[in-house]
Design a protein around this ligand. Sequence first.
Ligand SMILES: *[C@@H]1O[C@H](CO)[C@@H](O)[C@H](O)[C@H]1NC(C)=O
Ligand SMILES: *[C@@H]1O[C@H](CO)[C@@H](O)[C@H](O)[C@H]1NC(C)=O
Ligand SMILES: *[C@@H]1O[C@H](CO)[C@@H](O)[C@H](O)[C@H]1NC(C)=O
Ligand SMILES: *[C@@H]1O[C@H](CO)[C@@H](O)[C@H](O)[C@H]1NC(C)=O
Ligand SMILES: *[C@@H]1O[C@H](CO)[C@@H](O)[C@H](O)[C@H]1NC(C)=O
Ligand SMILES: *[C@@H]1O[C@H](CO)[C@@H](O)[C@H](O)[C@H]1NC(C)=O
Ligand SMILES: *[C@@H]1O[C@H](CO)[C@@H](O)[C@H](O)[C@H]1NC(C)=O
Ligand SMILES: *[C@@H]1O[C@H](CO)[C@@H](O)[C@H](O)[C@H]1NC(C)=O
Ligand SMILES: *[C@@H]1O[C@H](CO)[C@@H](O)[C@H](O)[C@H]1NC(C)=O
Length: 365
Amino acid sequence: MATQKLMLLTTCSILLFSLSTIATEKAASKPMGPVFIFGDSTVDVGTNNHLKNCTAKANHPYYGIDYTRSKPTGRFSNGLNSADTIVTLLGGYKRSPPPFLALLKNCSNFTAKLLHGVNFASGGSGLYKETGKDTFGTVVSLEEQIQQFAMVQGNITALLGDSKGQLLLQDSIYIISIGSNDIMSYVFTHHVTPELFIANLTTTYAIHLKNLYSLGARKFGLISVPPIGCCPIARSYSPVGDCAKEPNDLASAFYTPFESLLQNLSSTLEGFKYSLGNAYNMTMNIIEKHFGFKDVKAACCGNHTQQGISDCKKGGYLCPNRDDYLFWDAYHPSQAAAKLAADALVFGEDPEFVTPINFSTLRTA
Ligand SMILES: *[C@@H]1O[C@H](CO)[C@@H](O)[C@H](O)[C@H]1NC(C)=O
Ligand SMILES: *[C@@H]1O[C@H](CO)[C@@H](O)[C@H](O)[C@H]1NC(C)=O
Ligand SMILES: *[C@@H]1O[C@H](CO)[C@@H](O)[C@H](O)[C@H]1NC(C)=O
Ligand SMILES: *[C@@H]1O[C@H](CO)[C@@H](O)[C@H](O)[C@H]1NC(C)=O
Ligand SMILES: *[C@@H]1O[C@H](CO)[C@@H](O)[C@H](O)[C@H]1NC(C)=O
Ligand SMILES: *[C@@H]1O[C@H](CO)[C@@H](O)[C@H](O)[C@H]1NC(C)=O
Ligand SMILES: *[C@@H]1O[C@H](CO)[C@@H](O)[C@H](O)[C@H]1NC(C)=O
Ligand SMILES: *[C@@H]1O[C@H](CO)[C@@H](O)[C@H](O)[C@H]1NC(C)=O
Ligand SMILES: *[C@@H]1O[C@H](CO)[C@@H](O)[C@H](O)[C@H]1NC(C)=O
């Protein structure tokens, strides 16, 4: 079924931003705990390259065409993705820390490298354990990503000692970008009412956040679900290229209980701090106002003449100017879009896009 492919590659999460909210200050440079990143293809920097039975891979051209030496790294982007652009602006990084599975494979100095941060994100994954597995084979669910972090936490405290290790982990920032694949999966099954689905998704997110908190995490940088109905693959089902309503409505509906959950956690869990990026508003803002993009509807790479298929590959269609496009492929934002999103999240001041504080304030909180 062609529609089943819609949930492909995780998410089109574009993000957002507003030029007027971009401040020029640099993030403070006092030494801080490392960055840990969790989520789906919006922030995966090569995890899936290490999975044998996984079809959600971006390890071939034209992926990475604007990366150093045009290397396809597994990022679902022409260059850097949001994991890279966010940590770069936070300071202390040139790009995202490496995938956990890459560090595990190359044991040389494993523990020392953990101190520079780890990226656990896996394209196709979700808040639910089963999300993505039917479509992509093996993906690393958020639950498994957190289990991997539990090992990292153990290795770090073993190296530094309990109290020093705990202090470092409390001073780290935990970035999470996930939920699109769960929503796409629901759109194809409708196994419960939308209200129950959203309530259950929120409860599931709460369990994951509490588990991370128990492992010592305190500072959460979270990115909500973007309007996945507006990514090129979803628009391709409409004769006139309109955004798909149902996935957009669910993405938008999830924001409010998610924010409420975070407010509740910060008032009940001692020391719990968060910054919530509203990817829905950010992306819609770009789609409406363009912000320099010449095309906010089509994919730069692949012309998906066959509905539901992502065909960004060598020999296929490639647009002449990647930076003119909001979307790199049928599902994912371009590097240029990831940079705008990071600006809004890290330095923004508009509560419509990031609340209650921005990521740079969270970093130094
Ligand atoms: C393994 O890590 C070492 C030390 O950082 C590095 O020099 C080497 O290139 C890495 N090997 C691979 C295959 O990534
Ligand atoms: C391993 O890590 C230690 C501590 O950070 C460092 O002193 C050493 O040079 C590293 N060794 C290699 C081969 O990278
Ligand atoms: C591999 O992935 C397919 C779905 O793409 C799944 O049906 C199959 O069970 C998986 N095999 C293993 C060994 O996990
Ligand atoms: C990291 O922790 C795991 C689980 O406790 C352990 O098996 C492994 O040996 C540790 N690795 C290092 C390098 O200490
Ligand atoms: C959420 O739904 C899953 C099945 O998809 C179920 O196993 C789980 O118990 C539900 N959780 C809550 C909190 O309702
Ligand atoms: C947050 O707490 C309020 C008050 O206890 C409750 O009504 C609401 O359902 C909670 N929200 C979530 C998402 O847990
Ligand atoms: C931004 O998000 C909030 C919360 O979902 C919503 O109330 C508001 O209407 C949104 N603003 C725009 C312009 O979409
Ligand atoms: C899609 O790309 C193929 C290969 O480059 C090309 O032959 C075809 O004309 C393109 N179709 C559209 C609709 O752009
Ligand atoms: C982030 O938010 C704070 C508090 O709202 C604001 O003062 C600051 O200008 C914003 N930007 C940066 C870079 O901190």
